[in-house]
Design a protein around this ligand. Structure first.
Ligand code: NI
Length: 151
């Protein structure tokens, strides 16, 4: 972690009130500085994740009806084509018809997005979403960094 620097932010009272409300929703441990740090880190991660060649990791979450013709096979085929990027798949049978699948993906942003588009664009997938985060180097680069065993 770098040296801590204090700086002043000027906000109008209305925006400050809304900001403090946001701070208060984040739990008792949270304060203005902590919240600003998290927002800055989030913005930096999102900026990196927007680069086509950025290394990203994320999840594709989708819901589909496994009775729809050939859909399970089609989705399975797609996943077998991208074994380098698809890290893990969690399949939950929601009810008699619906399946929920959460697929963990990793690779360049361009590639991961293309895989997600192919999965989510498959006919019969009723809805879904891709959530990405950038794989950023450095000890203080990510707000949810796990402690390193050698630190
Ligand atoms: Ni199922």
């Amino acid at each position: 972690m770098g040296e801590l620097t204090r700086f002043t932010v000027t906000l109008d009272s209305e925006l400050l009130e809304q900001f403090d409300e946001l701070v208060s929703t984040r739990g008792t441990q949270s304060n203005r500085s902590e919240t600003v740090r998290d927002l800055v880190r989030d913005a930096l991660v999102q900026r990196v994740a927007a680069e086509p060649d950025a290394q990203v990791a994320g999840t594709v979450t989708m819901v589909y009806d496994h009775h729809a013709s050939d859909l399970s096979d089609t989705l399975n085929d797609i996943q077998h084509r991208y074994v380098g990027e698809i890290v893990s798949t969690l399949h939950i049978h929601l009810d008699a018809h619906s399946c929920l699948e959460v697929i963990v993906v990793r690779g360049t942003q361009r590639r991961v997005r293309a895989i997600a588009d192919e999965l989510l664009g498959t006919k019969g997938v009723s809805h879904g979403e891709l959530v990405l985060t950038a794989v950023v180097e450095g000890p203080n680069a990510h707000p949810h960094q796990h402690p390193h065993p050698h630190d």
